[in-house]
Design a binder for this molecule. Structure first.
Ligand code: FUB
Length: 359
């Protein structure tokens, strides 16, 4: 509403004063559609926003997209991010602050490249930044770094989390204080190259190539009390269809691809994720942080760009979806920007699907 009012006011002023000052055009997608919300920061490209409320303020932990030289491919080699910067705001709609570099790949002893979607957590006076990166063998591992400040700088542990693999960590702390890491991603996220628990560089490039079999599922593991390691061997996050059967590999509009997120609403556990090549954000509901989770529908319809990745967080009694699209770069899939919009529940606890464009 505020955005539309600004454009309208600009037009009215020019009409009244006869001034010829250029009126800002409302940004639109190449096909003419109007965006539901605007980028949170424009100074740099950002994606994969993991939002948390710490001390009453919103902190967003995004990927920092850069325009590297590597050509685009199905395994995401063109996502060559090298560092993280945190975004903060007192409230949605308030002033947005982009903080300095919180962690650089050169300061992570085990990591070689591709600092992909991170997440953060807080416990006993310490902030934890969780991040995937490729090691020198080209295998994705998940690392952790700590700081006394939510915006860093963070100091990385010398080794990745033992037994970690694949991408997109999301750490959820339950109301009983226990924390869990959800993670995984197929194709470039290498979940299909870790089916035995050991990285197989010659494993399938994309998924299991078995459309009639249960899809590869994301993983979950409880964290140790110091938040630095897995307390158990990661297990499958099972996503079931309405008949109680695991979602199949060929069910590409519903199966898990990447971007795990967990939130709790009215005592139920909501596992949400991206479907990657079909471009939806979906969700499934369960009774325990371990699942199983029953598929419920779309959180978000496809955005401008190839991928989106999100987080869902409550602040001041309202629920917010942080997501990303490629508005600033006019659709360049490797240069994304994070956004936020309000999320609403139906009386039965299902989520009202969000269209990232205004009708
Ligand atoms: O940003 C790099 C990768 O692209 C993320 O890890 C995925 O979730 C996808 O957004």
């Amino acid at each position: 509403m505020k955005r539309i009012a600004t454009f309208a006011l600009g037009t009215a002023l020019v009409a009244l004063t006869g001034a010829t000052a250029p009126v800002k055009e409302e940004p639109r997608a190449p096909d003419g559609r109007r965006f539901l919300s605007q980028p949170l920061v424009t100074e740099i490209y950002t994606a994969d926003p993991s939002a948390h409320v710490f001390n009453g303020k919103i902190y967003v932990y995004p990927s920092h997209d850069i325009d590297g030289p590597t050509p685009e491919d199905d395994l995401g080699a063109h996502f060559e991010m090298r560092d993280y910067r945190v975004i903060s705001m007192d409230k949605v709609g308030g002033k947005v602050t982009l903080h300095p570099v919180a962690l650089d790949v050169k300061d992570v002893p085990w990591a070689d490249r591709q600092m992909w979607a991170p997440d953060a957590a807080y416990k006993n006076g310490t902030y934890y930044l969780y991040f995937p990166a490729k090691d020198r063998q080209g295998a994705f591992r998940i690392g952790v770094a700590t700081s006394k400040s939510p915006v860093g700088p963070f100091k990385a542990q010398p080794q990745p989390i033992k037994g970690s693999f694949s991408i997109d960590p999301a750490v959820f702390t339950d109301t009983d204080g226990k924390s869990y890491m959800y993670f995984g991603g197929i194709w470039g996220g290498q979940l299909q190259r870790n089916v035995t628990g050991t990285y197989d560089p010659n494993g399938s490039k994309t998924d299991l190539q078995a459309p009639d079999k249960p899809a590869l599922m994301p993983k979950v593991a409880a964290m140790t009390g110091d938040m630095l390691e897995f307390a158990e061997t990661p297990r499958d996050v099972v996503i079931l269809d309405e008949a109680g059967k695991p979602i199949l590999g060929g069910d590409t509009e519903r199966r898990f691809f990447e971007a795990a997120w967990m939130h709790k609403y009215k005592g139920k556990y909501y596992f949400s994720y991206s479907t990657g090549d079909t471009h939806f954000l979906n969700y499934a509901i369960g009774e325990s942080p371990y699942g199983p989770f029953t598929y419920k529908g779309h959180v978000l319809l496809p955005v401008l760009g190839w991928t989106t990745h999100h987080s869902i967080v409550e602040h001041n009694g309202r629920w917010w979806l942080f997501y990303a699209d490629s508005q600033l770069s006019k659709g360049n899939t490797r240069l994304r920007n994070v956004k936020v919009t309000e999320l609403f529940y139906n009386p039965d606890g299902t989520i009202r699907t969000i269209d990232p464009f205004v009708k």
